[in-house]
Design a protein around this ligand. Structure first.
Ligand SMILES: C[S@@+](CC[C@H](N)C(=O)[O-])C[C@H]1O[C@@H](n2cnc3c(N)ncnc32)[C@H](O)[C@@H]1O
Length: 221
């Protein structure tokens, strides 16, 4: 399933992308920190078992490392992300006994039904092969009452210069950034995925250039 959804990339490409994410995202992470702090405050009393889809280099681990007893399971098809995610967990003070990384895709999660309290996904649905299948998997593994916390970049409004540029540069972005799409309307997929409720907010980030606007919020199972 992993290889069908995410055919293996050459080692050098996976390392290039993982290292680029690790090195270039710091200004973005600094700008989005305020939004993320507010979102992840919803973990209080909810976040015993967290699944992070497309965990990448682990920029979110610092937001939940302080919750006592929290267990984090990160999945990502790019094996080269693991060492960065482990380093991020260590830097955040998350005990490594409470952190696990597995090479897997969001469309086929290696977890039982109703087995996690919270699913987190940031800048991931732009990259998955099948957005709707990934969202059905998120819903499947969440316990009743569980939260899906998301931050995603989406297509700009039709007719804007940014949307025209996104259309032109989308193929290049997919090549350089491991199939990240600039033109998805992911909020529509989340709203239509059958969650009990969805709170969606919008933001524009100066450090994100073409990957704007953002939608962020919480879907409730
Ligand atoms: C733009 S990066 C974001 C990483 C991290 N979530 C962050 O906020 O920095 C996109 C991530 O999605 C991962 N990815 C690509 N296809 C995926 C899939 N089908 N399922 C889960 N993750 C996937 C990539 O390997 C990459 O780590």
């Amino acid at each position: 399933m992993l290889n069908r959804i995410h055919p293996p990339r050459p080692d050098w490409y996976e390392e290039f992308y993982a290292s680029a994410m690790d090195k270039t995202m710091k200004p973005y992470e600094a700008e989005i920190a305020g939004y993320k702090s507010l979102l992840f405050a919803n973990l209080i009393g909810k976040g015993d078992k967290i699944l992070e889809i497309g965990i990448g280099t682990g920029p979110n681990l610092k937001y939940y490392a302080d919750y006592p007893g929290v267990e984090v399971f990160g999945v990502d098809p790019n094996r080269k992300m693991e060492k960065y995610a482990v380093a991020a967990a260590e830097a955040a003070g998350l005990p490594l006994s409470n952190f696990r990384f597995e090479q897997a895709v969001a469309e086929a999660l290696p977890l039982n039904d109703a087995s996690v309290d919270v699913v987190v996904g940031t800048l991931v649905l732009c990259s998955v092969e099948d957005v709707d299948q990934a969202l059905q998997e998120v819903k499947r593994v969440l316990k009743p009452g569980g939260l899906y916390i998301f931050v995603e970049h989406v297509a700009a409004k039709d007719g804007t210069i940014l949307r025209i540029l996104q259309g032109i540069l989308d193929p290049l972005q997919q090549t350089l950034a491991d199939r990240c799409h600039l033109t998805r309307n992911t909020a529509t997929n989340i709203a239509g995925a059958g969650f009990a409720g969805v709170d969606v907010n919008h933001a524009n980030l100066s450090t994100a250039s073409l990957i704007n606007p953002h939608v962020y919020g919480i879907a409730y199972k």
